[in-house]
Design a protein around this ligand. Structure first.
Ligand code: MSP
Length: 665
């Protein structure tokens, strides 16, 4: 069976982030699953480079668009490599192989009357690269709820694509192919949208030159969405390339919910007009949002370096997190502490622990040699039945692109295996010579469970099979999907290795905002806030020194710490939005500060040294991962840094143009 799967092509106007990575990781897991099934897979991703916003961004960077995108495209490729993405092709829409197909299709549609010349008068949203009619705008802004940005008035000669002509054919197609748009919530949205009436679409622009020229009228460039959608066939060598013959129609186009509309309307209509079969499935997943429910975006300053994350936790763990947290039909929440939580509970505790425990027992009780099993008991029978049930349900769920619940099912098997260890209690069996054969059976079953887990998780965490095979002394070629519910594959007599833990537990306080800082009482925190030096110098006597310029008595330097310990501190620039004195104390000031797009309240012991208005609009340094504490009934979410000696105290102010949220290191 052939299996052609695509991701959207990404705008290389900025580097990819962990949210954008989701689509590609999801497509990769499906591609790997189909390869394991033995399908002939073609997996395509790439970049959408002819957008107007690319020109804008390149201008902002004072560089040429092509030079600019060349740099960003490399970042995409590096990220996909770091995440073990196994794409078979990477298409860039600035490549000739793509441009010539777009020009050919544009000409054909024009010649057959599906594209015609007229004048466009209306609005354009550059961030969304979308045309809007006046009556669709909301308070004069882009009506896309995720955007709401300013739109620009356009009045220019343009070519139009007759979407309206195909409206009924498309509706009928969707009605006859209930699986065409998935999940069903997106299908219903699309049906409502199309039933609302399709307007002909403006498909060329004349006010800038970046993009693919209309071949018979080169002052026009092709509208970026028409150009971009064609990548799915231009990359295959449409119309007569071998790959096109072999792989089209696509088995699935995976994408985020925001762009289903383009794929469910413009793309099928292009294909209908060209008399080309439609893709089998268009699948729209939700978005990864921040804990606060906001978008992950560079302009909001909440984009974490994906490479740093992968280096910290490993590609398998990041992939697991992304795939496990995004439930069908809804959005997922991304935060680094959630990643660590998942890693510690599902990967280190459940999965990793089973693997290390059972390998350790084979090493301890059988000198590391897989024993020959005896007769199965009831528990082994149950495990075998469960493996069949899990294989079927994982296949069913992956068949409808439900990766999160496929993982949930796999973890049902992992949990059962852990329970099997407790039920069989090999440590007790080992004490009785007459239980030797029973212990052999149990230990053999453990090893088979590990092998099965390696197959089940291989599409999601591609780094695991080779690591597990090494531990089990198994040839990696024996990781075959059809053997997920086959038992007795491992050769008794094979030597296993205990190895390193697959997923070491992460100390959450090492990197995060939820540090396991010791609880401190109110006064102590307040004193820390105003810096201990000052508390001490209230009783110091340096002013009594006979020296004309006395050397102040400094607090002794504290004991050495390692760079890792220092790295636990998350210091950030924070903008003071407002400040007021706390009632009934002359020491405390309450500040509202903005850090990484979030407003926090901080109570600080600086009121004797500053008037509130002195600090407003200043950029201070915040210890951002200090456990919140209550001071005079107010929850203080962090501490601001100040230098002090004697009576003097000065809050550290950052004077360069750095936004609230910038790291201090
Ligand atoms: N260039 C168009 C697609 C053209 S396809 C013919 C585009 N590019 S994009 O770079 O803006 O988005 C690419 C994909 O990333 C989309 O599927 C989008 O939904 C997805 N995501 C962007 N941010 C995301 C999250 N925070 N979470 C999950 N997916 C997100 O649109």
């Amino acid at each position: 069976m052939k299996y052609y799967i695509t991701t959207p092509i990404f705008y290389p106007n900025s580097s990819p982030h962990i949210g954008t990575a989701y689509t590609t990781v999801a497509a990769d897991a499906l591609a790997r699953y189909h390869r394991l099934l033995g399908d002939k897979v073609h997996f395509l991703t790439g970049t959408d480079e002819n957008a107007q916003k690319i020109v804008r961004t390149a201008e902002e960077h004072g560089t040429d668009p092509k030079i600019y995108v060349d740099g960003v495209v490399e970042r995409f490729k590096e990220l996909w490599a770091a995440l073990d993405i196994s794409n078979d092709d990477f298409i860039r829409t600035t490549e000739e192989r793509h441009q010539k197909v777009v020009q050919q299709i544009f000409t054909k549609l024009y010649e057959q009357g599906d594209i015609y010349k007229s004048e466009y008068a209306g609005w354009y949203c550059t961030p969304c690269e979308t045309f809007w009619l006046e009556n669709k705008l909301i308070e004069g802004k882009c009506p896309n709820g995720d955007c709401c940005r300013d739109v620009e008035l356009l009045k220019e000669e343009s070519y139009f694509f007759r979407l309206s002509k195909y409206q009924d054919t498309l509706l009928q197609y969707i009605a006859e192919h209930p699986d065409f748009i998935q999940p069903s919530s997106r299908r219903n949205e699309m049906l409502r949208f199309i039933e609302g009436g399709l307007e002909d679409l403006c498909v060329s622009r004349t006010t800038f030159q970046w993009g693919i020229k209309v071949p018979f009228d080169p002052k026009h460039v092709v509208y970026v969405w028409l150009d971009a959608l064609i990548n799915y066939i231009s990359a295959l060598g449409y119309p007569d390339g071998e790959n096109y013959q072999r792989y089209w129609p696509a088995d699935v186009h995976i994408m985020g919910k925001d762009i289903v509309r383009f794929h469910a309307v413009i793309w099928p209509i292009i294909l209908l007009a060209l008399d080309i079969p439609l893709p089998k499935v268009i699948y729209g997943h939700g978005w990864y949002l921040t804990k606060e429910g906001g978008k992950i975006s560079k302009s909001r300053g909440n984009v974490q370096d994906s490479f740093e994350l992968i280096q910290r936790y490993g590609s398998d763990a990041i992939r697991y997190f992304l795939l496990r947290e995004m439930q069908v039909g809804s959005d997922g929440t991304y935060s680094e502490d959630n990643v660590v939580e998942r890693l510690n509970s599902d990967l280190a505790n459940d999965f990793g622990n089973f693997v290390s425990r059972s390998l350790a027992m084979v090493v301890k009780y059988r000198e590391g040699i897989i024993p020959r099993p005896g007769q199965d008991g009831k528990l082994e029978q149950e495990l075998k039945e469960l493996s069949q049930e899990i294989k079927n349900s994982v296949e069913k769920r992956l068949g409808v692109f439900d990766l999160a619940s496929a993982l949930e099912e796999i973890w049902r098997f992992v949990a059962r295996c852990n329970k099997y260890v407790d039920e069989t209690a090999p440590w007790s069996l080992a004490k009785h010579e007459d239980q030797r054969e029973r212990l052999d059976t149990v230990l053999y079953t453990f090893m088979e469970c590990i092998r099965i887990m390696a197959i089940l998780t291989a599409p999601f965490m591609p780094g695991l099979p080779s690591r597990i095979c090494r531990l089990l002394g198994l040839d990696e070629g024996l990781i075959r999907w059809e053997e997920t519910d086959q038992w007795g594959i491992l050769e008794p007599g094979t030597r296993v290795e205990k190895g390193e833990p697959l997923f070491p537990r992460i100390d959450i306080s090492q990197y995060l905002n939820v540090g396991e800082t010791k609880r401190v009482d109110e006064d102590q925190t307040m004193d820390q806030n105003i810096n201990q030096t000052q508390v001490q110098t209230e009783t110091n006597e340096f002013t009594l020194s006979p020296e004309p310029t006395p050397t102040p008595e400094f607090e002794p330097i504290k004991e050495e710490i390692s760079i890792d310990e220092f790295a636990k501190l998350d210091l950030r620039v924070a903008k003071v939005l407002s400040a007021e004195r706390v009632a009934k104390t002359d020491k405390l000031m309450k500040l509202e500060v903005e850090v990484a797009g979030v407003v926090r309240t901080v109570v600080s012991g600086i009121a004797k040294h500053y008037a509130p208005e002195d600090l407003v609009n200043k950029y201070v340094v915040l210890v951002a991962n200090l456990k919140p504490t209550k001071l005079r009934g107010i929850t203080s979410q962090g501490m601001i840094l100040a230098a002090s000696q004697g009576e003097v105290l000065e809050v550290l102010i950052v004077n360069k143009d750095l936004p609230g949220g910038a790291r201090v290191k």
